[in-house]
Ligand binder design. Structure first.
Ligand SMILES: [Zn+2]
Length: 73
């Protein structure tokens, strides 16, 4: 399973795998515990995860305050 998450520190979205416990943000270098990250999108398909990531990036670049509500469960 792949999750699309956003770094709470610098708002950079990324794709992680569900078995990963900790990641280091490649942009700001902050260490993130994945269980505390908000999951914007879940999928078994990496291509789909990347598409969601691209969409999220576009949303963030366009209107940052709206990005938290584009993927509601
Ligand atoms: Zn970051």
């Amino acid at each position: 399973m792949f999750y699309v998450v956003v770094c709470p520190n610098c708002k950079t979205p990324r794709v992680i795998e569900d078995n990963v416990k900790n990641v280091t943000c490649f942009k700001c270098g902050k260490r993130l515990s994945t269980k505390h990250l908000r999951i914007f999108f879940k999928t078994d398909d990496l291509r789909e995860a990347r598409m969601a990531l691209g969409l999220l990036n576009a949303k963030i670049n366009g209107k940052e305050d709206e990005f938290t509500c584009i993927f509601k469960e």
